[in-house]
Design a protein. Structure first.
Length: 213
């Protein structure tokens, strides 16, 4: 099974809970010979933001005009993200909730791969068709507050967003979600909350040998 792990937090594991979730997951699968694992660290990659430069590059490709350095870097980064996603059977996202949403660099990875004809398409009647239904996904998410209660759930635009994009648009089957929340809101219980969550990360990793991808 080809596993792509998207690491979307550059804080050290001693400070960033989703970083610790990433490390825990990687440690749990390191001896699983059935897995071929690739890590894509969005903070280590050269990932120019999605904007007019990319559309200019597309236009130049059509006319045969020479690309400038920024345009070529954008095209290379976008192609690398797409190639890795194409090769993956399972995609693991380890990410925090920052300011009610996902880190900007994770958003850039989504922008690179959210493309008609690649991750989805439209049929002759204008209906959207998922193009990644052969892939599975796992979400490892950390948020310091409690967003699972009804009055707060709509404010979380991290895991809700990825559910809509990865599951709803791309069509991947989300086979597991581990969410650690409330450790900042309840500092007296933080260690217990985090450790219980990390145990669930290990459980999610242990299930991978049972997956038929």
């Amino acid at each position: 099974m080809n596993v792509l792990v998207i690491k979307a937090n550059n804080r050290p594991a001693s400070e960033g809970v989703s970083s610790k979730m990433y490390e825990t997951f990687m440690e749990a699968i390191q001896n699983n010979s059935e897995l071929k694992v690739t890590t894509y660290d969005v903070f280590a990659e050269e990932m120019p933001y999605f904007g007019q430069e990319l559309f200019d590059a597309f236009g130049k490709l059509q006319t045969g005009a020479e690309l400038n350095k920024t345009e070529q870097t954008l095209l290379n980064a976008k192609q690398k993200a797409m190639d890795l996603l194409t090769a993956a059977d399972l995609v693991v996202f380890a990410f925090p909730l920052w300011n009610l949403t996902i880190p900007a660099r994770l958003q850039t990875f989504i922008d690179y791969t959210y493309a008609a004809g690649y991750s989805f398409k439209y049929d002759e009647n204008g209906n959207m068709i998922n193009l990644m239904t052969d892939k599975k996904a796992i979400f490892l998410n950390a948020r310091g507050g409690v967003y699972s209660i009804p009055e707060m759930n709509a404010m979380d635009m991290s895991i809700n967003y990825l559910r809509n994009v990865i599951g709803g648009i791309y069509g991947m089957e989300i086979i597991d979600e581990v969410i650690i929340e409330g450790h900042n809101a309840s500092p007296d219980k933080a260690e217990e909350i985090i450790q219980n969550g990390l145990e669930r990360v290990k459980e999610a990793a242990s299930k991978l040998s049972l997956q038929n991808v």
